[in-house]
Design a protein around this ligand. Structure first.
Ligand code: SGN
Ligand code: CA
Length: 528
């Protein structure tokens, strides 16, 4: 008798909970074992890796919010799905995995940040509750099919409770479910929950070796404006106050965020920062520029990581709910971020560049019925692979237009054919943070990038020898063959993914239509 297990025809289709946070760096997920894993652990997010699979070489197609969401939903690069930068409107008529699952009998929902300039109605969700644009950390506006409403409290916690409510009370329990749960945290301006504002105040985080990078040999890096000690807003971002005993933030070009807090919330908030801010204000005059830059790094990391504590708790609550309700075995739970983020590497916050910290995204997935606990995948995967993967697990045909590949086989076995290089393309320039347009290729060891538009600059890195990407080796004769090989590889990838010829748009300004207004996107909220 064969002992091979085959799935019975009536094996239920898996549920899917897709949890994506906003700007969560790989370094800040302790399952990846970084230098700060012990200082700021994420025990609940790590449970997913322990229960299932951790992808060690996971990347995005374009390190920016809207384009990442569009790629993840469609399985296509931005030049194909029409969403290359945050100013575009998502074309809801194209194939997206939540709608395909709904057509196949799933019940579907989205809760949290949305940010693709289209009402979620365009995805046919059975249930949707989304934040307005970037969303706010405190007392956010929630938009639903019924209208718009400000809800008092902390956004991450509200996303959790809305998720649990839908899972427990609102979904159609006769169907498998697909839930998109999108956190705002840990996006700028990094405002932690009241219970976490002081979580890391005693912690001194290791400062990256290249925190004081001078960007030699890297022209685009010289031109960016995303440096913690030069470009972060002292009030809005770093919560620095105007003087000893004061609670007023220094420069704050978006004061509406702090103004959302009620007087009680504001008093609690101010009290949490008072002592540290008073000490900073009292000492600042005696500090060197370098000391101030390091203080800012510590403040940035303390707040950024404190917002992640709520996200981690949220993941824990979702996993606990599944376990307590006998849903864990047959539910795929994904944890990822729309892109990576800088935590002081090169002196930066933000993302956009094809350098490792922002090009990479954490990716963890559990599905106890099918995925072996403790699996590690080291093939190069990209966010266009998510849609085909979910569809294959759900037994739904993958549309030919999807450019990504299902990861089901590489999760199950180590001996499959798989791509050996990745294509990347960033378009949002001129724009905030001044990161030039660029595209490039990365394989298991090397990376070649071309920065274009107002410049024509190539960069090449041997990631084995220079993982921090500090020495642009484009003119190093020792690498001439590799560089030539990768130039050819870029051409091959551009043909394979059908990238329009660069002459089409090399000098074209971005087609920024003004982002639709709330009234235009959600007219039902304004009809009285
Ligand atoms: C906001 C942020 C930027 C960030 C963009 C895009 N400024 O404009 O720092 O790069 O979002 O982020 S903020 O102070 O207003 O938050 S994305 O993740 O949505 O693409
Ligand atoms: Ca983001």
């Amino acid at each position: 008798m064969s002992s091979t297990l085959t799935l019975k025809p009536d094996t239920p289709r898996p549920n899917i909970i897709y949890i994506m946070s906003d700007d969560h760096a790989v370094r800040a997920v302790s399952a990846y074992g970084s230098d700060i894993a012990h200082l700021a652990p994420t025990p609940n997010i790590d449970r997913i890796a322990r229960n299932g699979v951790r992808f060690d070489e996971s990347f995005v197609t374009n390190s920016l919010c809207g384009p990442s969401r569009a790629a993840m939903f469609t399985g296509k690069f931005g030049h194909k799905n029409g969403f290359n930068h945050n100013g575009q409107l998502f074309d809801g008529s194209q194939a997206v995995w939540p709608r395909l699952l709904k057509a196949a009998g799933y019940t579907t929902a989205v809760i949290g940040k949305w940010h693709i300039n289209l009402t979620p109605d365009g995805f046919d969700f059975d249930h949707w509750e989304v934040l307005n644009d970037q969303g706010e950390y405190y007392n956010p506006d929630w938009i639903t099919a019924e209208g718009i409403q400000k809800e008092m409290g902390y956004t991450t916690d509200q996303i959790t409770s809305k998720t649990l409510k839908w899972l427990d009370q609102q979904r159609d329990k006769s169907k498998p479910f697909a839930l998109v749960m999108h956190h705002k945290a840990p996006h700028r301006n990094w405002m932690p929950a009241p219970r976490h504002t002081r979580a890391f105040e005693q912690v001194e985080f290791p400062v990256p070796d290249n925190y004081f990078d001078t960007y030699e040999g890297r022209v685009a890096a010289q031109m960016q404006t995303m440096n913690i000690y030069r470009d972060a807003q002292e009030g809005h971002d770093l919560k620095m106050t105007t003087g000893v005993g004061e609670t007023q933030w220094r420069e704050d070009i978006w004061p509406h965020l702090l103004q959302r807090l009620t007087p009680e919330q504001r008093a609690e908030w101010d009290a949490a920062y008072q002592e540290r801010n008073d000490a900073m204000n009292a000492n600042e005059a005696n500090w060197s520029e370098e000391e101030m830059a390091i203080w800012k790094y510590q403040r940035y990391l303390q707040d950024y990581l404190a917002t992640i504590k709520s996200v981690d708790e949220s993941v824990g609550e979702v996993l606990d709910y599944l376990e307590a309700n006998d849903l864990a075995e047959n539910t795929i739970v994904v944890y990822t971020s729309d892109q990576g983020f800088y935590m002081g590497e090169h002196g930066w916050f933000d993302k956009r560049f094809m350098y490792e910290e922002s090009f990479r995204a954490p990716l963890l997935m559990q599905y106890p019925a099918k995925i072996k606990a403790g699996t590690v995948v080291s093939q190069l995967v990209q966010n266009i692979d998510y849609a085909p993967t979910f569809l294959e697990y759900a037994g739904v045909e993958i549309p030919a237009e999807m450019q990504g590949d299902s990861m089901v086989d590489i999760i199950a076995r180590t001996d499959c054919d798989w791509r050996s290089s990745l294509y990347y393309h960033f378009y949002e320039y001129p724009a905030m943070h001044d990161v030039s347009r660029h595209y490039g290729v990365r394989d298991n060891r090397y990376k070649l990038m071309h920065f274009y538009y107002l410049m024509d600059e190539w960069e090449f890195y041997d990631l084995d020898k220079d993982p921090a990407e500090m020495t642009n080796a484009i003119n190093d004769p020792a690498y001439a063959n590799e560089i030539q090989r990768l130039k050819t590889e870029i051409k091959r990838l551009e043909a394979f993914y059908d990238v329009p010829p660069r002459t089409d748009w090399i000098d074209q300004p971005l087609e920024y239509k003004p982002a639709p207004t709330l009234e235009e996107l959600y007219p039902h909220c304004f009809n009285s």
